[in-house]
Design a protein around this ligand. Structure first.
Ligand SMILES: [Fe+2]
Ligand SMILES: [Fe+2]
Length: 289
């Protein structure tokens, strides 16, 4: 029988990945300067040839409006934009950092995470109409399911058994995870973000992303927006390779209580569909490397 302490000590002692935000610290500092130029931003990126190659490919893809060929990173920065470059660098570096999955389909996993990131950013900007920047919302969407990857690395055979049970039952993933591991991926992911010293709002949002609308009623906008973005992606069957239809159904019933407009759900779901081209372009670049 696996104990919760075993999972937590695996995370603490054996799962030592660098914080994904370290990668973009230098880039963030440059971008925040009022007079930053594309050449300044390109100067930071060029130190990493692999990243440079991926961003050039992305800037030439149809998904990022690649009508004329771009061959230098400075032009790629101008085409993609400073802020989007930052979130792309973060995403590409994070995907590169994680070990290959054992039983999960890692591309499906990252497709879900990237879709949730783009959607959370859009909800903050266009639905809730918050002032910029929206990076924190993107980051929350990108990181919210990392606990799933930790469990896949910890005991793949147990996760395989659990996935079989999930397919043949009406249980929720989090309930089965708590039965098998004494902890679910949302809480485990939150522990990982705490280990990286990320902000409390991000940690709490991650921990709560499978709670009902009622449960997040008194929490931050970040928690509510992540909850809705995750729900919208599951609604479009963009599952993270282990979650299933149950999640989309049960969240809908409690959503109204969270305080965000339920009438906007169709347009959010529509946005997920539109954004899938960019998400797929990112994953194509990752697969090709
Ligand atoms: Fe999840
Ligand atoms: Fe998710």
């Amino acid at each position: 029988m696996i104990k919760r302490e075993d999972v937590l000590s695996f995370l603490e002692e054996d799962f030592n990945l660098p914080s994904p935000l370290n990668v973009v610290t230098k880039l963030s500092n440059i971008i925040e300067q009022q007079d930053a130029s594309a050449s300044d931003v390109a100067g930071v990126i060029q130190y990493d040839p692999s990243l440079t190659g991926k961003l050039l490919k992305l800037s030439n893809s149809a998904a990022f409006r690649g009508s004329t060929a771009i061959t230098c990173i400075e032009d790629a920065v101008l085409r993609i934009g400073f802020r989007r470059i930052k979130t792309l660098v973060l995403s590409l570096s994070l995907i590169d950092t994680f070990p290959k999955c054992n039983i999960l389909d890692q591309y499906k996993f990252w497709k879900h995470s990237l879709s949730t990131a783009f959607t959370a950013e859009m909800i903050a900007q266009s639905i809730v109409k918050l002032p910029p920047p929206y990076d924190d919302f993107y980051v929350t969407g990108l990181l919210h399911d990392l606990g799933v990857l930790v469990l896949d690395q910890f005991t793949p055979e147990t996760y395989l058994t659990l996935r079989g049970e999930l397919i043949h039952s009406k249980s929720h993933l989090s309930d089965l995870e708590r039965q098998h591991y004494g902890i679910d991926h949302a809480e485990l992911g939150a522990c990982m973000l705490r280990k990286w010293n990320l902000p409390d709002t991000l940690i709490t949002a991650t921990k709560l992303h499978h709670e009902s609308g009622e449960a997040i009623r008194n929490h931050s906008l970040q928690a509510k927006i992540l909850h809705l973005a995750n729900f919208a992606c599951n609604k479009q069957s963009l599952f993270n390779s282990i979650e299933n239809e149950q999640e989309a159904l049960y969240t809908e019933s409690g959503w109204r209580a969270s305080g965000l407009p339920i009438s906007d759900i169709p347009s959010i779901v529509e946005y997920v569909t539109q954004k899938i081209e960019q998400v797929s372009a990112i994953l194509e670049v990752v697969k090709a490397s």
